[in-house]
Design a protein around this ligand. Structure first.
Ligand SMILES: Cc1cc2nc3c(=O)[nH]c(=O)nc-3n(C[C@H](O)[C@H](O)[C@H](O)COP(=O)(O)OP(=O)(O)OC[C@H]3O[C@@H](n4cnc5c(N)ncnc54)[C@H](O)[C@@H]3O)c2cc1C
Length: 405
């Protein structure tokens, strides 16, 4: 049981949940070691849309202004929803504007800022394989780096390793999964030669029977396109003629010639199995789960990144309270974190699964649901609430960048 004044915290996964938690603990004097299986932050596709619920704390810390200065964030981006290519049925108001942030840029900046403190360490290329327990409590992790197995000790372990975390199964936690009827092919196009073709907003187009296409302008004049539909999208990703046949008619006219010219076998792409799941409990003795490791989000609504950040803010509040009070970092503290975060994640996952069901309807039914039945109003209210934050989250231990050594 840890009652040390300076417990060693080990965080698995240098994603947004892990790195923002590391930042808050390290800048408040707590030793942190982060384990990241990738060799750098340039990972596979990840969410880039930050909504007001996560923007405010990053703004307050001075992180967002730094990202804008480094051209790693596009501020003030609107989100729009269309039924079909042209029929716009929902125009979220100004207060729902978000920012598109390079995830790699955000993570690199947090790493640099943490690196100003001697009690911070990040091990790239290091995979956490399984927990090592004594008397039922996690006391160390078995790891692998460059093919060599090792052991990492700590007083507290926080698993921020994202979707399909193996550690949650390793400690025997049950995972509840909700079936989602459509997966996603993500594509990324370099439009730096024609930046004027980049849309200025995040546009979601719904075509009925589960076909949804999202166009996301990102930093460095890259355009991300998410094509979602029922069926074998892993196969579709590899079948270029079929992908062109299905995707191109969904692209708005102004953009279509650019996508048509650039969609070939060199286009960056990724198949994403859409998952909505949650662990029965966010903790086991000695280990806490946050972000997608605790509650894997669907990309619907672009909220997973925001929830991961908000989990870390709440976790830092309770962990630092306990450390300052000399209390053990045990399941009472973990439960407080889960109790504060679960209502928001449960509500948003519920909304995501309802949206997935609704978009399976044929287009004319979808249109009726969204316009005539007033579902759009309810959805707008929920979406707005989700982007603002369903519950109140405070950042009690945020040390602004301007106060760092
Ligand atoms: C293609 C795509 C688009 C998305 N779009 C959006 C969006 O626009 N807005 C939004 O809010 N959300 C979006 N999301 C969701 C969002 O990216 C995630 O919810 C968010 O990144 C979760 O953060 P996290 O820190 O919990 O986990 P992750 O970002 O998944 O980070 C986990 C980290 O742990 C590392 N790791 C995994 N296993 C191990 C291990 N055993 N040992 C060591 N390291 C390990 C991984 O390499 C990774 O770096 C999207 C997701 C995807 C896949």
């Amino acid at each position: 049981m840890s009652q040390k004044t300076n417990p060693q915290v080990v965080i698995v996964g240098a994603g947004p949940a892990g790195m923002l938690l590391a930042y808050q603990l390290v800048t408040n004097g707590v030793p942190v070691r982060v384990l990241e299986r990738h060799p750098d932050f340039e990972r596979e596709f990840r969410g880039e849309l930050l909504q007001p619920s996560a923007l405010a704390p990053l703004e307050k810390l001075g992180i967002l202004p730094l990202l804008v200065e480094r051209k790693l964030a596009l501020p003030n981006v609107e989100r729009r929803l269309f039924v079909g290519r042209t029929r716009r049925v929902m125009v979220p108001g100004g207060k729902e504007r978000g920012s598109l942030v390079s995830q790699a840029g955000l993570l690199q900046l947090l790493h640099e800022l943490c690196g100003r403190h001697p009690h911070y360490q990040l091990d790239f290329g290091t995979t956490a394989l399984q927990t090592i327990r004594e008397d039922g409590r996690v006391v160390a992790l078995k790891t692998r780096r460059e093919g060599i197995e090792g052991r990492v000790e700590g007083d507290l372990f926080v698993d921020c390793s994202g979707r399909n975390s193996g550690l949650r199964r390793d400690v025997g936690l049950q995972v509840q999964t909700t079936q989602v009827p459509a997966d996603v092919v993500w594509l990324r196009f370099d439009l730096s030669d024609t930046p004027e073709a980049l849309p200025e907003s995040v546009d979601v187009h719904m075509f009925g029977k589960g076909v949804v296409v999202v166009f996301v302008p990102t930093t460095r004049s890259r355009l991300q396109v998410a094509y979602s539909a029922p069926g074998d999208l892993g196969g579709l990703r590899k079948d270029l003629p079929e992908l062109r046949r299905r995707l191109l008619p969904t692209v708005p006219e102004k953009l279509r010639p650019h996508i048509e010219a650039k969609l070939d076998e060199r286009t960056e792409s990724q198949f994403l199995r859409v998952v909505v799941d949650r662990v029965e409990r966010w903790h086991a003795p000695g280990i806490l789960f946050l972000g997608d490791a605790a509650h894997t989000m669907s990309p619907s609504g672009g909220l997973g990144l925001n929830l991961a950040i908000r989990d870390s803010l709440v976790a830092a509040n309770h962990l630092l309270d306990a450390i300052h009070a000399g209390q053990p970092l045990d399941e009472r503290v973990f439960q407080k974190i889960e109790d504060e975060r679960r209502p928001e994640t449960d509500m948003i996952q519920g909304m995501q699964t309802r949206v997935h069901r609704m978009v399976m309807a044929p287009m004319f039914v979808e249109h009726i649901m969204f316009t005539l039945l007033g579902l759009v109003l309810r959805l707008m209210k929920k979406a707005d609430q989700s982007s603002q934050g369903v519950t109140q989250v405070e950042m009690r231990y945020g040390v602004p960048v301007s106060q760092l050594p």
